[in-house]
Design a protein around this ligand. Structure first.
Ligand SMILES: Cc1cc2nc3c(=O)[nH]c(=O)nc-3n(C[C@H](O)[C@H](O)[C@H](O)COP(=O)(O)OP(=O)(O)OC[C@H]3O[C@@H](n4cnc5c(N)ncnc54)[C@H](O)[C@@H]3O)c2cc1C
Length: 492
């Protein structure tokens, strides 16, 4: 039986997932229908939590060094969001073209031996108890392939999702989005700036390489055909009406128009086939969430699917991908829908009211923390697994300094990490296979004495006081021991 996983789509989600599978020692092939690698700059904002996840694999510092670090986001309603208050090592929004993020992850795929086949399109699939049969077409014509599992990371118009018959629940947004990457005569503050008026929304994002991304939701374009010709004059005119200035836009290197959708797949898993990234959820780019959520999906799924392929997954583990990530996708849809609706209010008095309300609310630090946590991804957490769970269980792991390096540095080989100051706990963990790295060290006073961190940098289990060896073994066996070692114990 094939133990190979085939990932469909070499976007940021598919590449990240492939790298995670390869890191866990699973054979993985990526099929990508495009033969070329266009320098597409769809996503530009890499959020704090995504940088933490990339840091847990050694990819963040290189990306940050080459990109534009933006510490604030401003709205013309007089609201400035201070991103330096995000409780993260990466307390900013990183602005870099999506193609650069993709190349960074792709380099890691190459290091880990992932096979990426370009110019190969998936056209259909069927599955049985032992695996999945894929129908693909490349330059030589049609053929079939076999895999143990298939993951559809093939974007919003996913062929995998269609082949599964999974419903993509939601609707199309009404106002098209117009985009241009331009130089500016008047570059302003260098921060991300949004202007909102009853005419629409105009957003300006600095790439840091002399170009800015201009994005417009122009209410005058409601129901405009997507193939209507696009000139820079249209974008300049929209900026003058909405933001009061066109910043002297010139020299566009790229322009586009599209209509976004708000949709989520009803299920993320059907048997041996799973969905991730835009194939699982798609929404307005307002809030810069799509690529970030896709990379989060991939980190969540990678180690679970690898464990399923290698026979080390408890029965509940692979289904926890949907249980954990479907609510995150739903939350992103609510956030982007809310932002879009608030921004595209037609009536001037109502818009003024929304802006005043936002200004008042965001002047309170306790309230500001909520949108900052949502947009930066640092408030994403998962329901804890097991009984008697600690307050940290399911939350992102703290990046504590440990002997031998920061906690996130010590996650880089993709294993579970058990940190404890109790030699008895450390001894109990040894001998439970190579999937757990053990660090005997004292954590800072505000953290528990023992913490088990999942490969995706979330806390699996934690305890404040002493813990019997038998309980340690039970918990670790439940999370990560080979199936033959696992009995019908429950986590405690
Ligand atoms: C204007 C704009 C701005 C954005 N800004 C941000 C932002 O700042 N931050 C953010 O996080 N997100 C942003 N996004 C969203 C982000 O671009 C997407 O969420 C992201 O690209 C999704 O990644 P993905 O890998 O899931 O899918 P995709 O990037 O769509 O990749 C899917 C891949 O699958 C391939 N494929 C499709 N069908 C098949 C098939 N049948 N066989 C083989 N291959 C196939 C495609 O060719 C493609 O390469 C923005 C989007 C837009 C449009």
């Amino acid at each position: 039986m094939s133990q190979r996983v085939v990932v469909i789509g070499a976007g940021p989600t598919g590449l990240m997932l492939a790298a995670e599978l390869a890191l866990a020692g699973v054979e993985c092939t990526v099929l990508e229908k495009r033969a070329d690698q266009p320098n597409l700059t769809r996503a530009f904002g890499v959020a704090s939590r995504t940088l933490e996840l990339l840091d847990a694999r050694g990819m963040a510092d290189g990306l940050v060094a080459r990109a534009n670090v933006v510490p604030t986001a401003g709205l013309n309603a007089g609201v400035t969001i201070d991103l330096t208050r995000i409780p993260s090592r990466f307390n900013f929004m990183l602005i870099t073209p999506q193609s650069i993020t993709e190349r960074t992850i792709e380099r890691r795929c190459a290091e880990l031996g992932v096979r990426i086949e370009r110019g190969v399109e998936l056209v259909g699939l069927t599955q049985d108890a032992d695996g999945v049969t894929l129908s693909v077409v490349d330059a030589d014509g049609p053929r079939t392939e076999r895999a143990a599992y298939v993951v559809g990371c093939d974007g919003a118009h996913s062929t995998v999702r269609a082949a599964l018959g999974v419903e993509f629940v939601g609707r199309e947004n009404r106002t098209p989005i117009t985009l241009a990457d331009v130089r500016l005569t008047d570059a302003g503050t260098g921060a991300v700036n949004a202007a909102v008026s009853p005419e629409g929304v105009a957003l300006l994002v600095p790439f840091g390489d002399g170009y800015h991304r201009a994005i417009v939701w122009d209410r005058r374009n409601d129901h405009l055909p997507m193939d209507a010709p696009l000139e820079l004059t249209e974008i300049r005119d929209a900026f003058r009406r909405i933001a009061g200035t066109d910043h002297g836009m010139r020299d566009p290197r790229w322009m586009s128009r599209f209509l976004s959708e708000q949709r989520q797949a009803a299920r993320y898993r059907v048997g041996r086939v799973l969905l991730a990234g835009d194939a699982a959820h798609t929404h307005s780019p307002i809030g810069a969430q799509g690529m970030n959520t896709g990379i989060g999906d991939a980190m969540n799924l990678g180690w679970k699917l690898a464990a399923a392929v290698r026979g080390t997954a408890p029965s509940w583990l692979l289904d926890s991908y949907q249980a954990e990530r479907h609510p995150v996708g739903a939350r992103v849809l609510r956030l982007t829908d809310g932002l879009t609706r608030a921004a595209l209010v037609r009536s001037r008095p109502l818009l003024r009211l929304v802006q005043l309300g936002m200004r008042a609310a965001l002047s309170v630090e306790a309230i500001r923390r909520h949108p900052r946590g949502l947009v930066s991804g640092v408030s994403i957490s998962y329901p804890p697994h097991g009984e008697h769970t600690h307050r940290l269980a399911g939350h992102r792991a703290p990046d504590a300094d440990l002997p031998g390096g920061r906690l996130y540095e010590q996650l880089r080989d993709g294993r579970f990490l058990l940190v404890t100051d109790d030699p008895g706990v450390a001894d109990a963990a040894r001998g439970l296979g190579d999937r757990i790295a053990v660090v005997t060290a004292e954590l800072p006073a505000d953290l528990p004495r023992t913490v088990l961190v999942r490969p995706d940098a979330y806390v699996a289990w934690a305890v404040d006081g002493p813990v019997p060896a038998e309980r340690v073994r039970r918990v670790l066996t439940d999370w990560c021991a080979p199936a033959r070692d696992r009995d019908a114990t429950t986590t405690g």
